[in-house]
Design a protein around this ligand. Structure first.
Ligand code: RIB
Length: 341
């Protein structure tokens, strides 16, 4: 006979919700002695984690959690806005949290959202969490609620994932510059040893090699996806012989703009630029920026659909969905300027 949580509660002479909270390691006012009693009864009947998850007596909260690395970055805030609209349409609230790209904050926000009994979780890990893949995978593996890794994923980890093909996006960007005659192309990438950086750098390298363009070490500069790092990276690249910039996100491109403006350079007359995310065009007056679009509506809708399907049927196998980025051609690239030839 399959033991139920009611059997455990009866034997322990405790309430269903107390037993459920203890077995799910949720905060509760139960003495350590009673917690031990509950766990020993569950162990005696070999009561598995899956049964615990299914027999959750705590009501659904109709709330999802979202963990973002940088809520001030328009890519993430636009994604959050789309996701929140999806949640609301289905009667769910969305608790949005920000980690400032820190691993410790990723862990803390998971704690915070679980303590609030969210029914599901959307996670865009911090850049730093690529240094802590093992502990993050261990933590995620123990979650008893459905979750989706979005945009930044652990490829080797079997879980729900929805992301864009970062290598493809970078390849399209650099190919566009090369097709306009640029061969000495600087690349401003994210921090070293973060996966999305590696994928985008792979795309840059693939295009450069495919067209026989020489890749100088000085052409590749590290940023951190924030404005100031773009400014500093541009300062370094202006000391090289590049004729064009490939910048791996729009926030760093804003820093590049400031540096080029200070130097009296014109875009695209003096330098061509292709950026990434396609999020800042509406805010630019004099530059019509060519950028790689990661459609946040598609990302938000797909991530929501995956999580909602998992809510409906926990036995569903994990989905691994790779979406295609698009090159949005505008006017920040022109054939190579004479002085760069
Ligand atoms: O601008 C933020 C970048 O980091 C985006 O390109 C997105 O892919 C995120 O991972």
């Amino acid at each position: 006979m399959k033991v139920t949580i009611k059997d455990i509660a009866r034997e322990a002479n405790l309430s269903l919700s107390a037993v459920s909270r203890v077995l799910n390691n949720k905060p509760c006012r139960v003495s350590e002695e009673k917690k031990e009693l509950i766990r020993s009864i569950a162990k005696k009947y070999n009561y598995t984690a899956n049964q615990i998850a299914r027999s959750l007596v705590t009501k659904k909260t109709n709330t999802f959690g979202l963990i973002l690395p940088d809520i001030e970055n328009i890519f993430f805030s636009s994604f959050a806005k789309r996701l929140e609209a999806n949640c609301r349409q289905h009667g769910y609230a969305l608790i949005i949290t920000n980690t400032d790209d820190k691993y410790s904050e990723d862990q803390e926000m998971i704690d915070l959202l679980l303590a609030r009994d969210v029914d599901g979780l959307f996670l865009i890990v911090s850049t730093e969490s690529y240094q802590y893949v093992e502990p993050m995978i261990e933590r995620l593996s123990k979650l008893e609620i459905p979750y989706v890794m979005v945009d930044r994923v652990y490829p080797e980890f079997d879980c729900n994932k929805v992301f864009f093909d970062h290598e493809k996006g970078a390849y399209l960007a650099v190919k566009h510059l090369i097709e306009n005659g640029h061969r000495r192309i600087g690349c401003i990438a994210n921090k070293l040893s973060t996966l999305n950086r590696d994928y985008r750098l792979d795309g840059y390298m693939k295009a450069m090699r495919e067209y026989g363009c020489e890749i100088q070490d000085e052409y590749i500069v590290e940023g951190d996806y924030r404005i100031q790092s773009g400014y500093q990276a541009a300062d370094k690249l202006l000391q090289t012989d590049i004729s064009a910039f490939f910048v791996c996100n729009d926030m760093m491109t804003l820093g590049v703009f400031r540096k080029l403006y200070e130097g009296g350079y014109l875009i695209p007359e003096d330098y061509s630029i292709v950026s990434y995310d396609n999020t800042i065009a509406p805010f630019l007056s004099d530059i019509k920026l060519t950028s790689i679009e990661q459609n946040v509506a598609e990302l938000g809708d797909t991530a929501f659909e995956v999580l909602f399907a998992q809510m409906e049927n926990e036995e569903l196998p994990a989905k691994d969905i790779c979406l295609l980025p698009k090159l949005i051609v505008n006017e920040s690239v022109q054939p190579i300027a004479d002085e760069h030839k």
